[in-house]
Design a binder for this molecule. Structure first.
Ligand SMILES: [Zn+2]
Length: 499
């Protein structure tokens, strides 16, 4: 294939977590009995008046600011006219000439598979609109559920600055994390709370944009990557063969792993946009803008960087811990509790990150608890900090630390009480450990002899020593300090070989 330049732009729709719809008081909850959250306004009956849900506007502007967009002094709504059975009004209230967020940018940063990505993607605009209803096709009939009609939807449109499916996937992942952090969208792509359409064109380098193809039905970030890479390849083969790419809309078919034609693209003028006469122009006041700025908490990309710098986490761990706000909050709380218990900040932080990303993640998966619900665990951040501190201070062996963790998850009780009650405190008394070593010597004398005979074959001797230390630990119920036990076993091996 010849070398082509590709241009990818994304249009991402997110459902805002407002309690009510964007222009009426109907609840915007999902999964309820069909057509129970409807009223004359969202059904577009003649003579009714929409009124703007200010919370939807605040959430929309917060996302816009998080994406470095400017909020204009005047923003308003337009009617976008088209007919479709899922929209009884025959028009959608949307924004066209002055959307609530304009000309921002996002820095993509991170790894996607083997690709290291660092790139600025310009955001063209963010606009607020209403969602349509839902059409359900069953056999020969189609059913309509209008509960979703009028639900607040924010559309985020990028400039065609991305070049690979990997970059687009990373964009979706970063955006999803951001809107979840801001608490304005649950980011659930399977349920359609975050939907992405992609457009892509390719051309010979320096020739500018090619014929644009839009891909719909990309309901996971993985499909965004697969769909775009498929399409870049398909268009390249067309151009190689001297054929022209047709401007059209295509659907991603996840069963066949390919895009398929859907319809030829309409033009913006087909919608006959005109200003919505029933809604006033919105001029954000100082108090409103202040609330927007106050909603801008530390965003995930900034947090990842801070975790690397402040706690010395590696890039991968910083990203995994920051992926969910609840996990990152839990982590920071545990780290500060560990510091209060005398742990060195970076050491404590890395140990806590390891626990969170291994044992605790397994526990959450086992219990069917989402990572975002980590706050519901009976194991509090201070409990985790104690367990980590006891391990560092030699009070708990690795094995008993895990058992203690499980016991706290189960009961929510103080780890110190559990350790005392169960007698799990690490054994550091050399005389007591010596007794255990002696009993192992009695049963495993042959292994001691073999270790002795291994002489300068250090590898063999280490293997056997480790085996014997394991036996000593077993005899003490996992309590013996492995360092002391190891030294005593070594000593015994050497002593006898010198004798
Ligand atoms: Zn309504």
């Amino acid at each position: 294939m010849a070398q082509y330049q590709s241009f990818i732009g994304l249009e991402v729709h997110i459902h805002l977590l407002t309690k009510t719809k964007v222009f009426c008081g109907c609840p915007s909850s999902f999964g309820d009995e069909p057509n129970t959250h409807v009223c004359p306004v969202c059904m577009g009956y003649p003579g009714v008046l929409p009124s703007l849900n200010i919370e939807a506007m605040r959430m929309g502007c917060t996302v816009a600011r998080a994406l470095n967009c400017t909020i204009p002094e005047r923003t308003w709504f337009e009617r976008k006219q088209y007919f479709y059975p899922d929209m009884t009004k025959n028009y959608q209230i949307s924004q066209f000439a002055s959307p609530l967020g304009q000309q921002g940018w996002v820095d993509l940063e991170g790894k996607n598979g083997s690709q290291a990505i660092k790139k600025r993607v310009r955001i063209k605009e963010c606009h607020l609109e209403e969602d349509a209803g839902k059409m359900i096709h069953t056999g020969t009939v189609s059913l309509l559920d209008y509960n979703r009609a009028g639900v607040s939807l924010l559309e985020i449109v990028t400039e065609p600055d991305m070049e690979t499916g990997e970059e687009a996937e990373l964009f979706i992942r970063q955006l999803r994390r951001t809107v979840r952090y801001l608490g304005v969208c649950d980011g659930n792509m399977e349920e359609g709370s975050l939907r992405a359409d992609a457009n892509v064109s390719i051309n010979l380098p320096g020739k500018g944009l090619g014929k644009k193809v839009e891909i719909k039905n990309l309901n996971s970030s993985r499909f965004v990557r697969l769909g775009l890479n498929y399409e870049i390849n398909r268009q390249g083969e067309f151009l190689d063969a001297g054929r022209a790419v047709v401007q059209e809309t295509r659907l991603w078919n996840e069963n066949r792993d390919q895009t398929e034609p859907m319809r030829q693209k309409e033009n913006a003028q087909d919608y006959r946009y005109f200003p919505e006469p029933d809604l006033p122009v919105f001029t954000p006041e100082a108090a409103f803008l202040k609330r927007v700025e106050e909603s801008l908490i530390e965003l995930p990309q900034a947090r990842i960087k801070r975790f690397e710098k402040e706690y010395g986490l590696n890039e991968e761990h910083a990203e995994l811990i920051s992926d969910e706000k609840a996990l990152a909050d839990y982590f920071e709380e545990a780290v500060s509790a560990a510091a209060a218990l005398g742990l060195v900040k970076e050491d404590g932080a890395n140990r806590i990150a390891n626990w969170l990303l291994s044992d605790i993640r397994h526990i959450l998966a086992r219990e069917g608890t989402a990572v975002s619900a980590i706050g519901a665990l009976k194991l509090l951040p201070k409990h985790l900090a104690m367990i980590v501190a006891f391990t560092v201070q030699g009070k708990l062996s690795g094995k008993n630390a895990k058992q203690t963790l499980e016991a706290v998850v189960e009961s929510g009780r103080d780890p110190e009480l559990i350790i005392t009650e169960k007698g799990w405190e690490q054994l550091t008394d050399p005389a007591k450990i010596a007794e255990a070593v002696k009993s192992v010597y009695a049963s495993e004398g042959a292994v001691f002899a073999e270790a002795r005979a291994a002489g300068d074959n250090l590898k063999r001797r280490h293997t056997l020593t480790a085996f014997l230390v394991g036996k000593v630990l077993a005899v003490t119920g996992g309590r013996a300090d492995p360092k002391i036990a190891g030294a005593q076993v070594e000593e015994l091996i050497l002593e006898r070989s010198e004798a």
